[in-house]
Design a protein around this ligand. Structure first.
Ligand SMILES: Cc1ncc(COP(=O)(O)O)c(C=O)c1O
Length: 443
């Protein structure tokens, strides 16, 4: 968490004394203030007074401006569509520091190519969170690979290394970590374990554009990784994806799986060079208009992430003072991104409220809060039907981490502009509902 420069100047003792007194005073005065008001669900005035059209503009996603429109217009006139692809690849490679990258038509095709590139014998197992997108698990079956479903840590919503340790079998050859909602998995610990056990580390960075750990961008920690640029993502191109590779061998196999035009570009000595004209059977090329959008979006990625992070900090520093509300744990050496929403954990039991009642009360106050249960892959039909698998995946009885995150969260909107008043009104709405939560619980 960010510590302000100002607080660093204070001695530890004066800081604790001062911040404690201020925090207690603020929390008291805020909740006393909120308690005297009537909830909007009971006919009181909603807290959020910010004009609805300005909220819509501040929270709109994706955001394409004049530059994107001009680029698309220009491109359609030039007939040089395909030149966008290597240009975007070069820019993305430079931005992330990956050894090799390959643009794909979406994140799912990048995942499929990655599993092909592994070149593992059928029956090999890959550890993957059950709390993920279907293609991260299902694409394995095309190559006889088998998912081993791993839980998430309820404090981060990311890969639970301890659960992985419990589930390790001799057939496990690789581990795939997914940086949920833009928060990096603890890849230092995970990669150390992978090294110790001789496992290949893979990354699903579909949510984590611009995020890094120890100064290293997500997607470059693993032997291979992927990004998605689908329309909801942190860097959206409507559809699009990227494969990230640390070795030439993986890069060439993954690229040639869905790019028949690539083997001719590889060195004469490459084992993939023989497949000129065919590649390995798919056509996964990124749509050039998407690459043009990506090049524009990349220019503002860090700036947009910084605005979002600043707004989240302003919101979460206050919301987490309310009993029962916490945010996903982010280490000092992790620079996270925020995908889609600001995920907060709410201990509904401790708060004495249900999430339906909370969201209803917040919406009435003018806060576009929501919740969404991430599909747990291991519960979906296709994984329990043996006919689709080289050998059927083990279906765990329960995933306490998944269940905890699904049951105990709330999503607050991300704000993409400078709007301290709006953030303040969102927080006040929360404080008002919190002060009346016994009443809200009874609705
Ligand atoms: C975690 C995760 N991995 C992979 C993907 C696949 O990306 P795409 O939709 O571009 O195929 C998604 C998409 O939502 C995702 O959320």
């Amino acid at each position: 968490m960010d510590t302000s420069k100002h607080s660093k100047k204070l001695s530890r003792r004066t800081f604790i004394a001062a911040s404690g007194a201020v925090a207690t005073g603020l929390a008291f005065s805020r909740s006393a203030f909120a308690k005297t008001e009537t909830l909007a669900i009971d006919g009181g005035a909603p807290v959020v007074k910010y004009p609805a059209n300005r909220i819509a503009a501040l929270t709109k996603w994706p955001r394409y401006g004049k530059a994107e429109k001009a680029r698309l217009h220009e491109l359609i006139e030039t007939n040089k569509y395909y030149e966008e692809l290597p240009l975007f690849e070069q820019e993305w490679q430079k931005y992330t520091g990956a050894q090799f990258v390959k643009a794909h038509m979406n994140g799912s095709s990048a995942l499929t190519s990655m599993y092909f590139a592994l070149d593992l014998p059928p029956g090999s197992e890959i550890m993957v969170p059950s709390y993920t997108f279907f293609s991260a698990c299902l694409a394995m079956r095309f190559f006889g690979l088998v998912p081993v479903f791993v839980d998430i840590d309820p404090k981060t919503a990311c890969f639970d290394l301890e659960d992985a340790k419990r589930k390790l079998t001799p057939n496990v050859k690789a581990v795939e970590a997914m940086h949920s909602w833009g928060l990096p998995c603890e890849l230092d610990r995970i990669s150390e374990w992978c090294k110790e056990k001789g496992l290949i580390l893979l990354e699903d960075a579909a949510h984590a554009h611009g995020a890094s750990m120890q100064g290293k961008k997500m997607g470059t920690w693993g032997a291979m990784g992927i990004y998605s640029f689908q329309t909801s993502k942190v860097m959206p191109t409507i559809e699009g994806g990227m494969g990230m590779y640390q070795s030439r061998e993986h890069f060439e196999r993954a690229a040639a799986f869905g790019h028949y035009e690539d083997p001719i570009k590889f060195p004469e000595t490459s084992p993939v060079r023989a497949y000129v004209g065919t590649g390995f059977g798919q056509k996964y090329r990124m749509y050039p208009m998407a690459a043009a959008l990506a090049r524009e979006q990349l220019k503002s990625l860090d700036k947009t992430n910084a605005i979002v992070a600043k707004n989240v900090r302003a919101m979460n520093d206050r919301l987490t003072q309310l009993p029962g509300i916490t945010e996903p744990r982010c280490r000092d050496d992790q620079q996270r991104a925020y995908y889609w929403a600001n995920l907060l954990f709410v201990d509904y039991k401790q708060a004495g409220i249900t999430r339906d009642a909370l969201v209803k009360a917040l919406k009435a106050e003018g806060v576009n809060a929501s919740f969404w249960d991430y599909p747990q892959q291991h519960k979906l039909t296709i994984y329990s039907e043996a006919k689709w698998w080289h050998h059927p995946p083990a279906i765990p009885e329960s995933m306490p981490g998944n269940e905890s995150v699904n049951a105990n969260h709330i999503f607050m909107p991300l704000v993409y502009g400078d709007a301290p008043e709006l953030i303040d009104q969102y927080v006040k709405a929360f404080e008002k509902v919190w002060a009346h939560r016994d009443k809200v619980a009874a609705t």
